[in-house]
Design a binder for this molecule. Structure first.
Ligand code: MSP
Length: 574
C-alpha cells in the first residue's frame, strides 16, 4: 500500500523542536555487558550531553534498558543453571539487567529511563500496539514453514543461508549460527505492503547515518520484502508476551523489543504523542534490518511516525578478532576501567571508534593514546600552568592587553594557538552535530598541541614568578592564555568525558554558568582573575606497564597488568 504524500506527511509528523528523544538499543540479558554494548550507550550519551550543552532550551531524553524475552534468554537461563542451583528466569533477568545498570552508572550514562521488557508497562504497550496493527488489518494468521535461526530469532530465506557440504547443516550467512527447519502456525505482518513507504522514509535527507548504511538498506529494499512472522507458538517460546486473545501464541521478540521505544514515552497513554518520534536512535550495524525496515514499517502501519534518524555504528574487534566467550577475549568494561579509568575508556571508545567501519580494541593502542593525549598533552599542560614555581599565588590571571597583543604580533606559536582557539567551537560543533567524536578529539588535541608549543616557546619558567618583577605581566599573560585554551578544551570535552572535564574546569575555578557552549563564542579572554581551587591538578595518571608484560596478542583485560602512576613530568611540575 503506497501512502499518498499527504497521508505520509501526517504519518511522519512534524518534528517537535524543543524535544530531543534519543535511544540506545535495549541489551539482551543473555550475556554480561562488554565494551561493544557500552559503545552504543556512550555514543548516545555523548550525543545527548552535547545536545544539552549546545541547546539548553531543548528537553533531551535518553532511554536505554534491557531486552529480556525470547528463546535466547530461555536458553541462556537454562545453560546458566545447568549443574548448579536452579535460578528462575526472572531472577536471571534481574541479575543481568542490574549489571547493565551498574556498568552504565559507572560509565556516567545519563539516562532518563531504563526500561525492561518484562515490566508491566511494556506488556501493556505491546498488547495495545498489536491490537492496533490487527484492527488496521496488517496482521493475519498463516501456516508457516522455513529455516529458523534460534540465535537470531528469525526465519531466513535460502539466499540468507550457507550449507555445510559435509554435514548438510545450514547456517545463517550473516551471523554464522545454525538454523533448523520449522513448521508452525504464526501471525504474519504484511511487511510487503510497506515496501514503498519504508523506501521513501529511508531516502530522506540524513535519515540513515553514516550514508553507507542507507545504501545497505536500499539494496535490501530493491528486492520484494516478504511478509514477516510476528508470533511464535507459546509452547516453544514461552518466555515472551502473550498475543492478545490467543494464548497459544507469543509475540515475536523483535516486535516486542522495538516497542520499548514507545513504552518509555508512555505509550499508549496520550502523553507519548508529545515525545514522539525519536530524534535519533543509536544502533549497531547487526540490528540495522530490524530498525531500518521492520521498525518504520510497524510504525507506519500503526499510524505513527518513524524516527527522525538512525545512527548506525560498526563493531569493535579485540586484537583483530571478533569478541566471543569461546575466544576468552570479551572485554568487560568494569575491568577495562580498572586499567584506563571509565573516563579513559569513554575517551578511547569515542576517539578510536568510527561509525562506518569496525574498530580494533588493543591494549597497546589504548595505552599509547591515553598516555599521550590525556596524561601528557592535556594533564601535563594543566600541571605546568598551575605549578607553584610559576604561579605561586595560584591564580587564573587576566592577560595584560599590551603583552597579549605583543605575543600575538611577535610569536608564530602564539598566533597558531590563538587561531586554534578561535576555530575550536565552530569545528567541534560541526563534528558533534554528526557524532564525529573522533574529530572532536582531534580538534581538541590539536589545540592543546598548539598551546603546549606556545608554552614551550615563551619559556615562562625563565620569567621570575615574583609579583614585583618587571616580567610579571608577561608571565601572567602567558599563564592566562594557556589556561584559556585549557578552559575552552574542558568545555568542549564535557560530552565525551564529563567527569574529567569537570575536574579540569573545577581546578580552573570555572563556575557552572560559564561551562556552557555559548561561552565558547564569547571573547576568549577572562575578564577577571580568580584563584585556582586547591588540590593536585593531575588529571589523568599515566598508565605504566609492569615489567613482565606479555605481548599484544593476549587479551588486554585478562593478561595485561598495568599500574597507574603520576607521569614523571607531572610530578616534576606539580
Ligand atoms: N536486544 C537487541 C536489540 C533490541 S533493540 C530494540 C540486541 N541486543 S545486544 O545486546 O545483542 O546488542 C546491543 C547493542 O550492542 C547493539 O547495538 C549491538 O550492535 C551492540 N554490540 C554488540 N556487540 C558489539 C561489538 N562487538 N562492537 C560494537 N557494538 C556491538 O541486539
Amino acid at each position: 500500500m503506497l501512502l499518498s504524500k499527504i497521508k505520509y506527511i501526517k504519518a511522519i509528523g512534524v518534528r517537535c523542536n524543543s524535544l530531543h528523544y534519543v535511544t540506545t538499543p535495549i541489551f539482551y540479558v543473555n550475556a554480561a555487558p562488554h565494551i561493544g554494548h557500552l559503545y552504543s550507550a556512550v555514543i548516545a550519551d555523548a550525543h545527548c550531553r552535547y545536545q544539552r550543552l549546545r541547546y539548553p532550551e531543548k528537553t533531551v531524553i535518553l532511554c536505554t534498558g534491557t531486552d529480556e524475552h525470547g528463546t535466547k534468554i530461555q536458553q541462556a537461563e537454562a545453560g546458566n543453571r545447568a549443574g548448579s542451583e536452579a535460578v528462575h528466569v526472572s531472577q536471571y533477568c534481574d541479575e543481568i539487567s542490574m549489571r547493565y545498570r551498574n556498568v552504565f552508572q559507572a560509565a556516567g550514562i545519563l539516562h532518563d529511563d531504563f526500561i525492561r521488557t518484562t515490566e508491566q508497562r511494556h506488556k501493556q504497550a505491546v498488547s495495545h500496539f498489536w491490537q492496533t496493527l490487527q484492527s488496521r488489518g496488517h496482521i493475519y494468521s498463516a501456516a508457516y514453514s522455513g529455516w529458523y535461526c534460534v540465535s537470531d530469532e528469525t526465519f531466513l530465506t535460502d539466499s540468507q543461508l550457507r550449507v555445510d557440504e559435509q554435514s548438510g547443516t545450514r547456517y545463517s550467512l550473516e551471523s554464522g549460527h545454525p538454523v533448523e527447519w520449522t513448521e508452525e502456525t504464526n501471525y504474519m505482518f504484511r511487511l510487503s505492503q510497506f515496501q514503498d513507504d519504508v523506501r521513501h522514509w529511508v531516502k530522506q535527507e540524513a535519515r540513515i547515518r553514516p550514508a553507507k548504511f542507507e545504501k545497505i538498506l536500499l539494496d535490501t529494499l530493491s528486492e520484494p520484502l516478504p511478509d514477516v512472522s510476528v508470533s511464535r507458538p507459546a509452547n516453544r517460546v514461552h518466555w515472551a508476551i502473550p498475543v492478545p486473545n490467543d494464548d497459544t501464541q507469543t509475540v515475536y521478540v523483535w516486535l516486542d523489543a522495538l516497542i520499548n521505544y514507545l513504552t518509555s514515552r508512555g505509550y499508549p497513554n496520550e502523553q507519548y504523542v508529545t515525545n514522539w518520534p525519536p530524534a535519533q536512535q543509536v544502533i549497531g550495524k547487526d540490528i540495522l534490518k530490524f530498525h531500518g525496515i521492520y521498525w518504520p514499517a510497524f510504525l507506519i502501519a500503526a499510524g505513527l511516525s518513524p524516527p527522525q534518524q538512525l545512527y548506525v555504528h560498526s563493531h569493535w574487534t579485540v586484537d583483530g578478532q571478533k569478541m566471543s566467550k569461546s575466544k576468552h577475549n570479551v572485554v568487560d568494561p568494569i575491568k577495562a576501567a580498572e586499567q584506563y579509568t571509565m573516563e579513559g575508556l569513554r575517551y578511547f571508545l569515542l576517539r578510536e571508534g568510527v561509525a562506518h567501519s569496525d574498530g580494533n580494541f588493543s591494549h597497546v593502542k589504548a595505552l599509547r593514546i591515553l598516555n599521550s593525549e590525556l596524561a601528557d598533552t592535556l594533564g601535563n599542560l594543566l600541571s605546568r600552568a598551575c605549578a607553584k614555581s610559576l604561579n605561586p599565588q595560584q591564580m587564573y590571571p587576566v592577560p595584560h592587553a599590551e603583552h597579549f597583543s605583543q605575543l600575538l604580533r611577535d610569536l608564530d606559536a602564539a598566533k597558531r594557538m590563538q587561531e586554534a582557539k578561535l576555530q575550536l567551537a565552530g569545528r567541534c560543533e560541526q563534528h558533534y552535530e554528526s557524532n564525529h567524536f573522533h574529530l572532536v578529539a582531534d580538534t581538541v588535541i590539536a589545540t592543546l598541541h598548539a598551546t603546549n608549543n606556545f608554552f614551550e616557546c615563551t619559556k615562562p619558567w625563565e620569567l621570575k614568578a615574583d609579583g614585583s618583577s618587571p616580567n610579571a605581566p608577561r608571565l601572567e599573560t602567558i599563564i592566562a592564555m594557556t589556561m584559556d585554551a585549557l578552559r575552552l578544551c574542558g568545555i568542549v570535552l564535557q560530552p565525551m568525558m564529563p567527569q574529567l572535564a569537570s575536574r579540569l574546569l573545577d581546578k580552573l575555578n570555572v563556575p557552572g554558568s560559564q561551562r556552557t557552549w555559548s561561552v565558547l563564542s564569547e571573547s576568549c579572554n577572562n575578564s577577571k582573575s580568580c584563584h585556582l581551587t586547591g588540590g593536585n591538578p593531575v588529571l589523568f595518571q599515566r598508565i605504566v606497564e609492569s615489567a613482565q608484560l606479555p605481548s599484544e596478542s593476549h587479551s588486554p583485560a585478562k593478561s595485561l597488568q598495568s599500574k597507574r602512576s603520576k607521569s614523571k613530568k607531572q610530578l616534576k611540575m606539580s
